[in-house]
Design a protein around this ligand. Structure first.
Ligand code: SAM
Ligand code: SF4
Length: 336
C-alpha cells in the first residue's frame, strides 16, 4: 500500500475516512421493484456462499474494534428475510465500541418485528415507499403489498425507531405525479421523506439518463404544492440535501446521487452478503474476504485486506462520464 499513512482507520488516497459500513444480509427479496430487479427475480447467491452469522460477527467485530467503523446499516436484498435477524442485531449492538445500527427495508413483515428489533437495539430504520397509491405500488413493485408496508411503518414508529425515514424513487410517468401526496402523507405521520435519484444499478440495465427524474425536477414538482427553503441543519457527509417544508418543522430530503454527486464527502464502505468488500456502490472490483475468513486468515489479515480495499478507492463514481460502466452486480446484490 505505497504511500498509505500508518493509521488503523479506513483512509483513502483522497483523505476520506470510511466510518459507515453498509452490510448486505441477503440478496433475496420479496418485491420486484422495476428500478431494481426483473419480474422473474435474479439467480440468488447459493446459501453456502453467504457469510454465516458467526463469520459476519467476526468481520463486524474487526470493523468496529480495529478499523474505526461507528455506523452499521443492514440492507440487502431484503434484510427482514435474513433468518435470526433479531439475534444478529442484538449481537451487533453488543459489540464494543457499540456501533449505531440502522436498517433499510421494504417494510414487509416489519409490523410483527419492529418491537423485537427495537428491543434488540436497532437504532434507526429507513423504509422504502415510492407511492401511497395501491395500483401504482403494484405497478412499481409487482406485488400487492402496500398495506403491509404501511403497517410496518406504523409499527416502527410505535416501537420508538424514530424518526422513521422513508426512501422514495420517482419514475417518470409512473409515480412522479404522486410525489406531493407522498410528502403530505409523510408529514402527517411524522415520517422523514427523502427522494433518491434513480441510479444505474438495476439488474436489467434499463436505466436511462434522459428518462430519470433529476433532483431539480423533484424540487420543482414539490414546489407546485409546498414552499421549500434550505434546512439550517448541518449536512456533514449525509447525502441528502434537506429542505424545510412550508416553513417547517417538517422537512424533505433530496439525494442527488447522479446530478450532484457527493463522492468527495463519502465515508462509506460496503460488505456484500457473500463476503466481498467494496469501496463504492459503483466499484468494478471487490475484495473477497470470505476466502480469507474460510482459509484461516487472522483478524489482522482481514483488517489489512479492508485497508487496502479502501486505499484503492477511486475519487468518485463516473456516471456522468462517457466511459461509465455499470457495476456487474445489481444494487440488490451489493446492498443499497
Ligand atoms: N429491500 C430494501 C429496500 O428496498 O429498502 C433494502 C435494499 S434496496 C436495494 C435499498 C434502497 O435502494 C431502497 O430504498 C431502494 O428504493 C433503493 N434503490 C434500489 N434500486 C435503486 C436504483 N436503481 N436507484 C436508486 N435507488 C435504488
Ligand atoms: Fe427488493 Fe429493495 Fe430491490 Fe425493491 S429495492 S426489489 S424491495 S431489494
Amino acid at each position: 500500500m505505497a504511500g498509505r499513512p500508518d493509521t488503523p482507520g479506513l483512509i483513502d488516497k483522497y483523505g476520506r475516512v470510511a466510518t459507515d459500513l453498509r452490510v448486505s444480509l441477503t440478496d433475496r427479496c420479496n418485491l420486484r421493484c422495476q428500478y431494481c430487479m426483473p419480474a422473474e427475480g435474479l439467480d440468488w447467491l447459493p446459501s453456502a456462499d453467504i457469510l454465516t452469522d458467526e463469520e459476519l460477527l467476526r468481520v463486524l467485530r474487526i470493523a468496529v474494534r480495529d478499523l474505526g467503523i461507528t455506523d452499521i446499516r443492514l440492507t440487502g436484498g431484503e434484510p427482514l428475510l435474513r433468518r435470526g435477524l433479531e439475534d444478529l442485531v442484538a449481537e451487533i449492538t453488543a459489540l464494543r465500541p457499540r456501533p449505531r445500527v440502522a436498517m433499510t427495508t421494504n417494510g414487509i413483515g416489519l409490523a410483527k418485528r419492529a418491537a423485537r428489533l427495537a428491543a434488540a437495539g436497532l437504532d434507526r430504520i429507513n423504509v422504502s415507499l415510492d407511492t401511497i397509491d395501491r395500483q401504482t405500488f403494484v405497478e412499481i413493485t409487482r406485488r400487492d403489498r402496500l398495506h403491509h408496508v404501511l403497517e410496518g411503518l406504523r409499527a416502527a414508529q410505535e416501537a420508538g425507531l424514530r424518526p422513521v425515514k422513508v426512501n422514495a424513487v420517482l419514475l417518470r410517468g409512473v409515480n412522479d405525479h404522486q410525489a406531493c401526496s407522498l410528502l403530505r402523507f409523510c408529514l402527517e405521520h411524522g415520517y422523514h421523506l427523502r427522494f433518491i435519484e434513480q441510479m444505474p444499478l438495476d439488474a436489467q440495465h434499463q436505466w436511462n439518463r434522459a428518462e430519470m427524474i433529476t433532483a431539480d425536477e423533484i424540487l420543482a414538482i414539490l414546489r407546485t404544492e409546498f414552499t421549500l427553503e434550505p434546512s439550517p441543519a448541518e449536512r456533514g457527509s449525509a447525502p441528502a440535501e434537506r429542505w424545510l417544508v412550508d416553513g417547517g418543522p417538517g422537512e424533505v430530503g433530496v439525494i442527488a446521487s447522479v446530478t450532484k454527486p457527493f463522492c468527495q464527502a463519502c465515508n462509506r464502505t460496503r460488505l456484500t452478503a457473500d463476503g466481498s468488500l467494496r469501496s463504492c456502490l459503483f466499484s468494478t472490483d471487490e475484495t473477497d474476504l470470505r476466502t480469507i475468513l474460510r482459509s484461516g486468515g487472522s483478524d489482522e489479515d482481514v483488517a489489512n485486506a479492508w485497508r487496502a480495499t479502501m486505499w484503492a478507492k477511486g475519487p468518485g463514481h463516473e456516471i456522468n462520464s462517457a466511459g461509465f460502466a455499470q457495476p456487474l452486480r445489481p444494487m440488490s446484490a451489493i446492498g443499497g
